[in-house]
Design a binder for this molecule. Structure first.
Ligand code: NAG
Ligand code: NAG
Ligand code: NAG
Length: 181
């Protein structure tokens, strides 16, 4: 009886390990998107050396010609959330924003939500963006943005009062071939 239990556990463990391996191999969970759209996703986790009870997920959907969509969802618990952007991962340039996610902006200057918000559970923001929104931060329009996306140089950042440099972060992974088809 005891042996059977042990064997059963071992079999379950093997099955579980196999599942985990398969899940890893199949990569990220891509959002539903129109055929031929460029899609990028990331899991959001506490930034290096930052403690947070929050985590999340974000994605971008860019159908050819637009309209483009940004989505960020945070789960767990966070205090004093102020803003979120897609940033260019370039330390010598100061990792500058390349797209505002929230709040809505009308220029290339970061704006803090006032007041900031707290949540427990989950909260999400879905927003349309276009070449005007991209143009606030850098020249080159959507083509330059997609080039950065394709090279793995963009990440999503969620800022809070306690962690103004970023509390949650995640590198965007663009779905292959990362071009309009
Ligand atoms: C990063 O930014 C610096 C300063 O703006 C620039 O000289 C450099 O070319 C950038 N790196 C890449 C990989 O584009
Ligand atoms: C982008 O969207 C804004 C509204 O959010 C609109 O005012 C603007 O004209 C749009 N720009 C382009 C190039 O479509
Ligand atoms: C959030 O902001 C309020 C008001 O500014 C402050 O009293 C509180 O300590 C902050 N909490 C955290 C966790 O940053």
């Amino acid at each position: 009886m005891q042996l059977r239990k042990t064997m059963c556990l071992a079999a379950m463990c093997l099955a579980l390990c196999a599942c985990v391996a398969v899940a890893r191999k199949s990569g990220p969970k891509w959002p539903d998107a129109p055929a031929g759209a460029i899609v990028a996703v990331t899991d959001l986790a506490p930034a290096p050396k930052v403690y947070s009870k929050g985590k999340g997920r974000a994605y971008l959907i860019l159908p050819k010609g637009g309209p483009y969509t940004s989505f960020v969802e945070m789960t767990g618990e966070m205090a004093n959330v102020t803003m979120s952007h897609v940033h260019w991962s370039n330390a010598s340039a100061g990792n500058p924003p390349r797209l505002g996610i929230f709040p809505s902006l009308t220029s290339g200057a970061p704006v803090l939500l006032s007041p900031p918000f707290h949540f427990k559970g989950s909260v999400s923001f879905t927003r349309a963006f276009n070449s005007t929104d991209l143009g606030y931060w850098a020249p080159g329009g959507v083509d330059a943005f997609v080039a950065l996306l394709k090279s793995g140089a963009l990440f999503v950042n969620v800022h809070t009062v306690a962690n103004p440099g970023g509390e949650l972060q995640g590198a965007l992974e663009c779905k292959s071939p990362c071009m309009w088809t």
